[in-house]
Design a binder for this molecule. Structure first.
Ligand code: GUN
Length: 293
């Protein structure tokens, strides 16, 4: 039987309806949640992500401002901008779109974001809290993956989740989130990475398989067990002469073949992407609610 297609777009739309109500409640108290975004340079993928974040913010009633710095900006200029947004009370959330230019120390910039305003959840204080199971802003993609699973009836509780990819943005925080002794988590988690010999040996043991490697068709149908739930976090641009843009977006999974075997699978685009943006909006609203207390 063909897999159920888990629409991140639909789950995200229903969460955004909830967020609109929370924004309305804050506005009644005279508070408009605000998000400050720093974008450096013209990387087309980054520009497109930032545009999606600004559009999402507008949709739910969040005040959003993007500071667009030139590609040749120095580390000091970026740090100064972070400092300005940290101090600006209109912003409850501050994020720096990654990647940054190669001469900039990304860790230093992330560490400079006020942990209270860190709506990406990338600050080491917040990642430390996540690992310890303390309340903190959750990194948006892992948070989105968890919400998409729970809200579409595939809770990871008690399941074996195999994550392919160990990035600081997805793989590592997702493992920390799903192994917590909490509702919607409590999973047994395996992380695979480029140092894993015989990847297939592990993926075939997955009840939920998360592909976050950043390589098109890295997960093929023979690596997926029957009845598995597959979450594709990959966003890869591959050349497509039939598209007006000259490229198309594909995930890390061989979607067409896997959908004949899996119980459920997320598409790319329209899967994890819209969830990531929505959880950023949720984190911004949560930061505003916390600061309103
Ligand atoms: N670049 C790719 N993903 C992300 C993300 O979730 N947040 C930020 N700030 N930059 C990114």
């Amino acid at each position: 039987m063909a897999a159920k297609i888990i629409s991140g777009k639909e789950v995200a739309a229903s969460i955004r309806e909830e967020l609109k109500e929370r924004v309305a409640a804050l506005k009644k108290k005279g508070i408009t949640p605000g998000l400050g975004v720093i974008l450096v340079g013209e990387d087309p993928a980054s520009v497109s992500y930032v545009t999606a974040k600004a559009k999402g913010a507008e949709e739910v009633g969040i005040f959003e401002e993007t500071v667009h710095l030139p590609a040749e900006s120095s580390e000091e200029e970026i740090l100064k901008t972070v400092d300005r947004l940290n101090r600006d009370p209109r912003f409850h959330g501050v994020l720096v779109q990654l990647p940054l230019p190669k001469w900039v120390n990304t860790e230093k910039v992330i560490n400079y974001i006020s942990p209270e305003k860190d709506v990406d959840g990338f600050h080491p204080i917040n990642l430390g809290k996540l690992l310890r199971g303390e309340p903190c802003p959750l990194p948006c993609t892992p948070y989105g993956v968890q919400q998409m699973l729970v809200r579409s009836g595939y809770s990871p509780e008690g399941k074996h989740v195999v994550i392919c990819g160990r990035s600081n943005i997805v793989g590592k925080p997702l493992a920390a989130l799903l192994m917590q002794k909490k509702p919607g988590a409590n999973a047994t988690v395996t992380i695979c990475h480029t140092g894993t010999p015989d990847l297939k040996k592990f993926t075939l043991q997955a009840e939920i398989l998360v592909a976050a490697m950043g390589a098109p068709k890295a997960i093929t149908a023979d690596m997926v067990p029957e009845g598995c739930v597959v979450i594709d976090v990959g966003v890869n641009r591959v050349p497509d002469p039939n598209s007006p843009k000259g490229f198309k977006l594909v995930g890390d999974c061989d979607f067409e073949a896997i959908k004949e075997k899996a119980a459920a699978i997320t598409p790319v685009p329209g899967g994890v992407g819209p969830m990531t943006v929505t959880m950023l909006l949720m984190n911004t609203i949560e930061a505003a609610e916390r600061m309103a207390l």
